[in-house]
Design a protein around this ligand. Structure first.
Ligand SMILES: N[C@H](CCC[C@H](N)C(=O)O)C(=O)O
Length: 258
């Protein structure tokens, strides 16, 4: 089977994107997903995204982590919107379907403004925080995230019994001067630090915004800068959440697989 794919990246979180409106891709073949995401034996990516038709929506995005597990992916969703524009499925605005439900988004030049699902509440876990922004996120403040052992410490929390059996993503944050946050993330399903995590920076922005009476947070990640806007309700919930950032097509390719 020959597969035409497009490689996209959103602040260094990278994805194999496939126009699968023909539904030819074997969506249960997780070994194939793992192979395509393998950085030595395949194309190489943090995840793989299928674009499919969906009644009542412009498209559906099906996201796989590199290990074949599925979740919502904020950076991947931004790339899916840019890819759908490239394919001519959408123009400037869209409503699409993902594993956590419907999302609205709009193109803003090379950036994408992605509507995230409402978040009902943050929770405390020890001195840390937990919030689900379409995928689960543990959030920990650290003294200097630039020098922090993200892989080692992130892995411990990801596999902690409190999160069994599904696990969680893990974000470490250090506030910078000027109200910006520096975030580094250990990602479940990639089982490593990624250069950024969209649902992760959204989780961090909600935690920081809640504590500092903000409704917009600029986030620095090793892969680039993102912005998160939201409305805090009196009941502790968050609505009108926007994840704003770039999405770039890096290259197009074909790959033959058995
Ligand atoms: N690894 C995450 C999904 C991808 C999240 C990340 N790539 C993003 O941009 O949101 C999980 O399994 O929950």
């Amino acid at each position: 089977m020959e597969i035409t794919f497009y490689k996209y990246q959103g602040t260094g979180n990278d994805f194999v994107m496939i126009d699968d409106r023909s539904e030819a891709f074997p969506e249960r073949d997780l070994a194939l997903v793992q192979r395509l995401c393998d950085r030595r034996f395949g194309i190489g990516a943090d995840g793989l995204i299928l674009i499919r038709n969906k009644q009542d929506y412009d498209f559906e995005m099906i996201y796989y982590n590199a290990d074949g597990s599925q979740s919502m992916c904020g950076n991947g969703a931004r790339c899916a919107v840019a890819f759908s524009k490239f394919l001519g499925i959408i123009d400037q605005r869209t409503s699409f379907w993902a594993i956590d439900g419907a999302h609205d988004a709009r193109m803003a030049g090379d950036w994408v403004e992605l509507g995230m699902r409402d978040v009902l509440s943050l929770s405390n876990t020890g001195v840390d925080f937990f919030v689900n922004t379409g995928s689960p996120h543990h959030v920990r403040y650290v003294e200097n995230v630039a020098d922090y052992p993200v892989f080692e410490e992130g892995r411990k929390i990801r596999y902690a019994s409190e999160y069994a059996p599904g696990g969680t993503n893990v974000n470490f944050i250090t506030p910078l001067l000027g109200g910006e946050l520096f975030v580094r993330t250990y990602e479940r399903g990639v089982e490593n630090e990624t250069l950024s995590c969209g649902t992760g920076v959204t989780a961090c922005a909600l935690v920081y915004g809640f504590q500092n009476q903000l409704n917009e947070v600029n986030i620095k990640t090793p892969g680039g800068n993102l912005r998160v806007r939201f409305t805090k309700a009196a009941d502790g919930s968050f609505t009108d959440i926007l994840l704003i950032g770039p999405a770039e097509q890096v290259f197009e390719g074909k790959i033959s697989v058995q």
